[in-house]
Design a protein. Structure first.
Length: 184
């Protein structure tokens, strides 16, 4: 994937902005289950590929059954979750599986490493992504491509995360979408 910014939408206004952007792949963070069909249709009509955050779809329990439903009904590009059963089902269904990991403390990080070892996701999303040294550490430990997200507010922070080894940055900050889109 060559896309270094993954625009993350938390509402329809942001999603509509993403649809007008030059980016092909986007993330939808926070929605109600009744919005899935409409969002999926709009994305397809605009030639966009969507990654849905399963844990943030209100009205669906984020488990393997919901994952199977989303994969069959909406054929997403990818799914993000903190839950191992979601990651494993997404992989089984041939959908890109992104394990979200919170860099809270050493104990949480070790727990995440064990989970990653078990699930073997396609990507890991580390939050907050504004700690480049941790991106490097996680990448060296797990040897799985990393997305960085959370608290990345400037182009310099995006660059630092990419230089630290992140494949791409997930961000809802449209100023960063526009800035990096103009960089070509």
């Amino acid at each position: 994937m060559n896309q270094k910014i993954l625009p993350a939408s938390g509402n329809m206004k942001e999603f509509e902005r993403f649809l007008k952007s030059p980016y092909e792949i986007g993330v939808f963070l926070d929605m109600h289950v009744t919005q899935l069909k409409h969002i999926s249709q709009m994305a397809k009509q605009n030639g966009k590929k969507m990654i849905y955050h399963v844990d943030l779809i209100h009205g669906l329990k984020s488990d393997e059954y919901a994952t199977e439903y989303i994969c069959q009904e909406f054929k997403p590009y990818g799914l993000i979750s903190t839950k191992s059963n979601v990651i494993q089902k997404a992989k089984q269904k041939g959908v890109i599986a992104i394990q979200r990991v919170f860099l809270i403390d050493s104990h949480a990080l070790e727990k995440s490493y064990k989970l990653i070892e078990k699930t073997q996701p396609d990507y890991i999303e580390v939050l907050p992504g504004a700690m480049p040294w941790m991106i490097t550490e996680v990448k060296e430990r797990v040897h799985i491509p990393i997305y960085a997200g959370g608290l990345i507010r400037t182009a310099e922070e995006v660059q630092a995360a990419l230089e630290a080894g992140a494949e791409a940055i997930t961000t809802s900050k449209w100023e960063l979408w526009d800035y990096f889109a103009s960089k070509g």
